[in-house]
Design a protein around this ligand. Structure first.
Ligand code: FE
Length: 155
């Protein structure tokens, strides 16, 4: 009996530790109807249907306040105003993500182009695309739809 209790004790410890870790990186999964209810039609079209807002029309392409930009779907912190720059593209552009941000890259061959799609790794929201014509120090350009983001001003 004793070894069984011992094993149960360790199994419980193991499961609790796993759960604590999972809480940090927990996946956000919702049905299409749930997302539709939570988002505006434009946010839904862009984040859940891989749409693109028209250049120079979004809320953040010409936005210069200090703060962070979170995923509009799940709230994950993705980009900082510190890495935002004016790319001239008409979309909010960043040369880096926030360190440790759940940003995922995926090859995208739609519309006859080979591009790198950028998604939120927590909820799979389509955010925009990643290009290699950004400024130093990274040379990267995260070209993101305003409608995929929520701005949180610095305090
Ligand atoms: Fe997200």
């Amino acid at each position: 009996m004793k070894p069984v209790l011992f094993a149960l004790f360790f199994l419980t410890l193991f499961l609790c530790a796993g759960r604590a870790h999972a809480a940090v990186q927990e996946k956000v999964e919702k049905s299409e109807e749930e997302w539709r209810a939570l988002l505006t039609p434009e946010q839904f079209e862009i984040t859940r249907k891989k749409g693109t807002e028209r250049a120079f029309t979004g809320a953040y392409w010409d936005h210069h306040e200090k703060g962070v930009y979170a995923c509009v779907c799940c709230g994950a912190l993705l980009f900082s105003s510190e890495a935002k720059y004016d790319s001239g593209s008409g979309w909010p552009s960043y040369w880096a993500t926030i360190e440790g941000a759940p940003v995922v890259e995926k090859r995208d061959v739609s519309f006859g182009m080979i591009r790198t799609e950028v998604l939120c790794g927590r909820c799979d929201a389509h955010l925009g695309h990643l290009f290699s014509d950004g400024p130093p120090p990274s040379g990267l350009r995260y070209c993101i739809n305003s409608a995929a983001l929520t701005f949180i001003p610095a305090e």
